[in-house]
Design a protein around this ligand. Structure first.
Ligand code: ASP
Length: 325
């Protein structure tokens, strides 16, 4: 009897070791909580290719679950099976949504495993190509002359475009009508078509459109001007009378709470390797993004960073009186 039990235990141990050694044995999904074609989606799609290569050449697919400022997609991952086949790539909205939503569909610090961060990304103020302003000073004059008539696109409450747009309106002391989309991919299409007037969005979505003349670039949201080709001539908002304006967003990867540590370690190792991939770095740099090389590559530091960001943005958002149920 004892022998049979021992044999059984050994078989189970071997089977589970074998299962982990074989991970990943089927395609992995990265949920992007915004629409396809937008900045978060772009980062995820480039990352999916290199991450798959570093996970035994497994396929990594991107699932766009946009809506409600990214909270729908994040909720989907919070409720997914913790088996190493569903991950989330999210941006600063992970830290701003808890302050914006009275009822959150997940617990940011309690429902996820933190896998490591991917990049830091500046934002830009862009306008429709038909806007009668060609630099920031002219934009400000146009804004003041058109109070009450300006449409500002964003990706919903909690999105980076919402946060940046909020601070932008506060700095200008002008209220604009916000037009929410499931992501700034579709918002960009409408901006290029002239259906909306202005947007604040990541450089990963705006660099090519500014360079191609499909939208007008007015300013960058960082304290220092950017060195990214095509964006070097844009002034910082800080230098345009908006002292201290500084919004730079970041992306990180998450797994559902309870994902086995061996899988988290394997994916973290693959993520670290992916972020050293010369082609991935080149693509990110061309879009103004800076790939993470510091200790935020570790799950523990990533977790601490998000906690600090929640503490940083919560009071700013609450002071602005922004809530959604
Ligand atoms: N840039 C968007 C935002 O945070 C999200 C996206 O579509 O990737 O507003």
């Amino acid at each position: 009897m004892k022998n049979i039990r021992l044999m059984l235990a050994a078989t189970v141990a071997l089977a589970s070791a074998g299962a982990l050694a074989a991970y990943p044995e089927k395609p992995i999904t990265i949920v992007v909580p915004f629409a396809a074609g937008g900045p978060t989606d772009k980062v995820a799609r480039d990352l999916a290719v290199v991450l798959g290569k570093n996970l035994n050449n497994q396929t990594v697919v991107v699932d766009n679950v946009g809506g409600a400022g990214g909270t729908l997609g994040a909720a989907k991952v919070a409720k997914a099976a913790p088996d190493g086949y569903t991950f989330l790539l999210h941006h600063i909205g992970m830290a701003t949504s808890p302050a914006l939503y009275r009822k959150m569909p997940y617990d940011t610090m309690g429902d996820f495993e933190f896998l490591g961060m991917v990049n830091d990304v500046p934002m830009t103020i862009v306008g429709r190509p038909t806007l009668p302003a060609n630099n920031f000073a002219e934009l400000r004059t146009w804004v003041n002359a058109n109070k009450g008539k300006i449409n500002l696109a964003n990706a919903g409450l909690g999105a980076a475009s919402h946060l940046c747009g909020l601070l932008f309106q506060q700095s200008l002391q002008v209220d604009m009508t916000t037009v929410p989309y499931k992501g700034t991919g579709p918002a960009m299409t409408d901006l290029m078509g002239g259906q909306v007037d202005i947007m604040c969005d990541q450089t990963t979505n705006t660099t090519a459109q500014i360079a191609g003349g499909r939208v007008k670039g007015f300013a960058v949201t960082t304290l220092k001007p950017l060195t990214t080709p095509g964006l070097t001539n844009l002034p910082t908002l800080d230098s345009q009378g908006m002292k201290g304006f500084n919004v730079s967003i970041w992306h990180g990867m998450y797994a559902p709470k309870g994902t086995p540590k061996a899988i988290l370690d394997q994916v973290n190792a693959a993520l670290r390797k992916s972020l050293q991939d010369a082609d991935f770095i080149k693509k990110q740099e061309a879009l103004g993004a800076v790939v993470i090389t510091d200790n935020r590559l570790s799950g523990a530091e990533h977790r601490k960073f998000v906690e600090a960001e929640i503490a940083k943005w919560g009071p700013v958002i609450k002071a602005a009186g922004q809530y959604a149920d």
